[in-house]
Design a binder for this molecule. Sequence first.
Ligand SMILES: NC(=O)C1=CN([C@@H]2O[C@H](COP(=O)(O)OP(=O)(O)OC[C@H]3O[C@@H](n4cnc5c(N)ncnc54)[C@H](O)[C@@H]3O)[C@@H](O)[C@H]2O)[C@@H](O)CC1
Ligand SMILES: Nc1ncnc2c1ncn2[C@@H]1O[C@H](COP(=O)(O)OP(=O)(O)O)[C@@H](O)[C@H]1O
Ligand SMILES: [K+]
Length: 541
Amino acid sequence: MIRGYGRQAVQAAEGPALSAGRPLMRWAAGGVAAAVRGELDGLGVPRSKARVLVLVGGGNNGGDGLFAAGLLAERGVVVSALLVREQVHADGLAFARRHGVRILVHAPDGAPALREEDSAGEAHSPIPDGVAWVREASLAQVWVDAMAGIGVRGGLRGASAAVVGVLDRLRQGQVRPARRVIAVDTPSGLSADGGVVSGPVLRADRTVTMGAMKAGLLLPPAAGLAGRVEVLELGLEPEFAAQAALVERLEAADVARLWPVPGPGDHKYTRGVLGVVAGSGTYPGAAVLTVGAALRTGCGMVRYLSKDGAVADRVLDHYPETVTTPGRVQALVLGPGLSDERDQDRVRERLAEVDELADAAGTPPPALVYDAGALSVLPQDPQVNRRRRAVLTPHAGELAELLSARGTPVDRARVEADPARWVRIAVEVTGATVLLKGAVTLIAGPSQAFDGGKGIRTGEVGLLSQADGSPWLATAGSGDVLAGILGALLATSEAPVPLLAAMAALVHGRAAHWANPGGPVTPSDFVRALPGTLAQVLTLR
Ligand SMILES: NC(=O)C1=CN([C@@H]2O[C@H](COP(=O)(O)OP(=O)(O)OC[C@H]3O[C@@H](n4cnc5c(N)ncnc54)[C@H](O)[C@@H]3O)[C@@H](O)[C@H]2O)[C@@H](O)CC1
Ligand SMILES: Nc1ncnc2c1ncn2[C@@H]1O[C@H](COP(=O)(O)OP(=O)(O)O)[C@@H](O)[C@H]1O
Ligand SMILES: [K+]
């Protein structure tokens, strides 16, 4: 389980360690320097030709950067540090100077670099052309962004913002892509607390974050600017364990432990039966994908309940194990490939039928996945949805439409600018668990305390973020597969719905990867890859 912390928690965790004199900044700088060396090696740059530009702010983030600069210079790398503040971390600056880091100072008004310090750091020689740092930036193979970390307030301003603007233009104008940007702790200008991007940010290829994962690095759209994130724990694990996280992310080992693996006493009915109401004359393939995904995720039985003979025949052609007669189910997937009003009436009828069967048997009503064309038939009363295990699987556009139709007007762009906020609003408005699809999938549920059990402490937070897929997943039919996986999980497990939704998102992303690592995939490909993916995940159990 990855837990994402906000600024307050980080300060509370670091405080005692700093008071005890633990040299956290030196360790942090060591990690950053190692990451820079790793990138230089990856680019095939010999140490003798290596050039690095470190952007240095006025706080401890800049301190990390200055110590890292000194460590790299000590190893023979040509390092320049561009100070975007007059006052920077004094010990860090002294260390950098001692090891021969070239110090450039940026004008506070946002003009290009004002002056260069000599090696003693005492006299300042003016830079004639005023753009020495830009030339240095264009020569450097690695840029290290240490302008601001968790101490940032609002979007970047002043010299920091100007530097980002210049480097962005430089990057766009250069054909040679052989450069890496490493962010220290967070890409400067992003908040540790959330995913909103409120100013210019230098997009990083890699972020080395200190102590523990920051919530902002797990949340879109900010997460998309951080590149590959690695946590440098600095021995602070016990301190962070005592802090409250703001967001959580399941890892494959968590999914393995939570997965409903059948035991010797199970038969098809105890394993769980899923009903599927999906596919139409317009989109028959959605039924095939949803049923296929559910079968290959593993449940006792899949009933295809749409009562559309032509579509049912196609499903049976692909999956003869599908049952097309009505009967009791533990969960129901509603909506993939449904679009018009007649489809929606069909959804209501099938739902009424399965609820009646459950009622007659004295069993709880089935859990429900409302996807695509069924989102509009979700009951208006949040209490109704809260009482049963209902989960919605919209993308940002569908979420905006759903909320707008329920008296909370919002458009897709606003949802995408702060999805963590809107997914929680959607939970309040609908009473259901909401899985918001996108490059990062966000899940929030009505219960704040969904205890994962099996030794997994989770759910106090009420927000899960999964980023298990790649952009290759963004292809028509991909969502139908996710609905099928989630339906199978709901039918077979009593675990809290938000956890099951996060598990489904992880397996979905991994199956797409497993189907063709690093290349294009079709939803049919990743349906076929599901059993192998799951077997691999379950080895971690
Ligand atoms: N306390 C410590 O010794 C440790 C701190 N660490 C580092 O210290 C960082 C936190 O340090 P600080 O609390 O000093 O804060 P930061 O250094 O993250 O941020 C403060 C700096 O950002 C500038 N700033 C703030 N808002 C701005 C804006 N909107 N536009 C432009 N500039 C802005 C401030 O003027 C100041 O220069 C962490 O992110 C981490 O990198 C790590 O080294 C671990 C140990
Ligand atoms: N850029 C991306 N990176 C990773 N996953 C993505 C990206 N874009 C979309 N996805 C995932 O692909 C799936 C698309 O589902 P959806 O929008 O319902 O498509 P469709 O309706 O065509 O099946 C979702 O699971 C979503 O999270
Ligand atoms: K930074």
